[in-house]
Structures are given as C-alpha cells and as structure tokens.
Design a protein around this ligand. Sequence first.
Ligand code: BG6
Length: 456
Amino acid sequence: MKEKLNKLLWGAASSSFQAEGMWQQAGQGPSVIELDQPDNIPAFKQGADFYHHYEEDIKLMKQAGLTAFRFSISWPRVLPDGTGKVNEDGINFYHNIIKTLKKYDIEPIITIYHFDYPLALIKKYGGWVNRQSISDYLSYCQLLFTQFGGDVKYWITINEQDHVVRIPTRLGFKDHDFNKHMQDCYQANHNMSVASALAIKLCHDLLPQAKIGPALSYQPYYAASNYKKDIDAAKMADLLSQRYILDLQCKGKYSKEFKDYLKMHGVKLEIPADDLKILQANQPDFLGVNYYSSNIVSNLPANEKQGIIEGSPIPKKEYGLYEIKNDPKLPTTKWGWTVDPKGLRVALTNLYQTYHLPILICENGYGDEDEINDQQINDDKRISYLKAHLKELLNAIHAGVPVLGYCIWSFTDLVSGHNGNNKRYGLVYVDNQMKRIPKKSFKFYQDFIKQVNGDV
Ligand code: BG6
C-alpha cells in the first residue's frame, strides 16, 4: 500500500479566471464569464492575483510538499479572439508557471478549458452550439500541445462539461432556463464530446508519453427509499447529471434510456456518421473527478407539469421523473453542500466498475468563510473534511480502484465559481492586500503528504 501511495500525485487545483486576476489585461480577451457571473466581475478582476504571485505560491506549494499542481490555461489569454492571433504575453506567462513548477519538482496538470470560453467565439457563431467550435478547440489544443507538451504530462480536456451543458449561461445564453435551451445544450454537449475525443487523439499523436482525460463533477445519487419509484428516479438523476456524458466519452455511445429521454423532449441531435466512431476510437486515459458532496433522489409526480425542469443554476427536479435533495442526516457547508466522505469512495468505486479507467481526483475541498485572528486561520472544519475524505480515498485504493492522484480545491483562496470572495477553499489564506498566510489546513496536508511518502 505504501508503495502505491508513494506513486500518487498529491496536489491542489485552481482555474485561471478564479485565480489569475489581470482580467482583460496583458492581452487577455473577454470570456463567457461576463455573461455567466456578471455580479462577481469585480472579484474576478483581482482574483488571487496569481498572475503576479505565482512564484511565491509555487514556493509555498513546495513547502507544503505538493507533487502536483492542476491549473487551467485561460483560452482568451492565449487566443484573445478564441482563434487566430496568439497573445505572446499569455504564452510566456504559462511557460513561466510551468518552468517554476518544474524547478520545484511539481508536476503540472493542465486543464485546457475551465469555464472561461472566449466570448469572441460566442459572438461569431454561438460557441459550442455550432460545429465550428470543434475545429477551433482543436487549433487551441494544438497550440498548447506544441508550446507546453515538452514539459507537461497530464492534460484535462474540459472541466465539468456536465455543468457547462446544464448551465445555459456558461454556454453564452442570457438566462438559466434549461427547458428553453435544451436542444442547444445537448447539441453543445455532443460537439464538446467530439472535440474532447479529437483532442485526445491529437495529444496521443503529438505527445505519446502524455495522459489525457476529461474532469467531471461526479456525485452519487442515492435513492431516498427502497421503493422502486425512488430507485428509478435516482438512476435517472444519475443518467441526466453525468452518466450520459461518460457513456459517450468512455464508451462512444448514447444509451437507449438517454435516447428515449431526448425523444420525449423532442430533442434531435445532429450527429454526422463518423462522430460515434471517433468517440469509440479515442477514449480517455483516465477520468478526472471533482467530488464535493452527494444527494438523495426521490420520484417527482408529474401533476400538470410533466417534463418541466426546475432548479438554478443546475436542474434539481424534473416533473414526472426525479427530485434531488440533501440527505437531512448529513451536515452541510454554509452554502448547503452536504458533507459525505463515504460518497467519495462510492463515486470512485462506481466509476471504476463501470468505465474501467484510472481516476485522477481533480477537485475536493471545503468552502467556508474562514476567520483570521492574529494572522492565524484555524480552519478545523476544513481539516476534518479533508481528513475524512482522504481516509475514504485510501479505502477506495485499498479496495482496488486505481487512483493517479488527488488535488485539493484549492491551494490559495480564490474567487468562488458562484459565490464570490467570501467562500474560501484554500490551504493558504489570501487577504485584501493579496498577502498569503498558510492556514492550519496547510500544515495538516503537509503532514499527511510526509506520512504517505514515508518521510516521518
Ligand atoms: C467546481 C469548479 O465546480 O467547483 C470550480 O470546477 C469551483 O471552478 C468549485 O470553484 C467549487 O465551486 P464554488 O461555486 O463553490 O466555487
């Protein structure tokens, strides 16, 4: 077991628009975040100012004992119009990050696209909804593989496609009404999946040593009771939240249940003849998993609202099919996310049994407000969260799930994807002046890594 753990990547994760700051500066073009998160733009303008603090942050990562750092490249920072003219300042910025990580023996894990899709492509042709998006994504991948491939072994094609597809504003629509945009959202999903498969092919052709896969937000959906109607509802919630994408990307197929579902809603996808062959032939090397919490699911009678989907930003119910809720027996964060460490083991085991791929945990963490007193941050709740989840991770590994690594979300505090500056996840506190102060959880992770690596 010790040998196995020694080989794992022990890291942390971040994303460009949440961490970098320098919003639309140094040549960066606008992104869809303007439409998705208009209220949080002032916070994103500064982020955690990673743009200017990356050296200091990477030194701190070394001090914590991290052996990997997952970060995303901002597509509009390197290609301000999404395609065409390259912004050399952006390219140099990412070269410098990779060089610094290498200097400290920290493995870079690059997310190619983490939510901040170039606004220019949405204005030009509607973004992912249009098939042109596939070739533009591939040209962007080609640029990254050529520029950074010599130093980067791990690549994530797309972060949380399951969220992008079900949050219409992340695709560039002006509202969250999934009922209205369903046809376009599922077409975007198809296009993104083909783009991801072709990126896997390109990566394998250009960088035979590299490993590449998607990262999904995977959560277990437990049935609220043993009644068949709740068990069926849970299966449906699982299918419609995540499994339809995994089936497509890891098996190259649309399941019968999902095809029936699309038909029921009158969704007709444009699927050129070769697409499924491309998906079958180019499967991921691993599955990236972002795990935070779990849900319970019960049947939701149709009443007079058959087929209507509700919940924002992510659908939580569909009349006639399912309703997703929190398990009242589990504690929650201040933002109502359940804390369910066993769910991590369940997620890993389910995924491995179904898709037989190694797993890289790309995100796992605890959001809190974190008080600072005398320059100390005693984030004990985060420590218990991490401790319990790491225990379940080790249990899953022990039970035979092949795990490549584990990344905590996040290393420093950064701007939350939905809740602005006050929802902190970091092992390192970032104050208003952008000063970095390691929290108690920093020491916890440092000790954990030392222990698994046999250094104590
Ligand atoms: C994941 C995203 O959904 O969860 C991250 O990949 C995000 O970008 C993280 O920050 C936590 O979500 P939030 O909304 O609490 O920041």
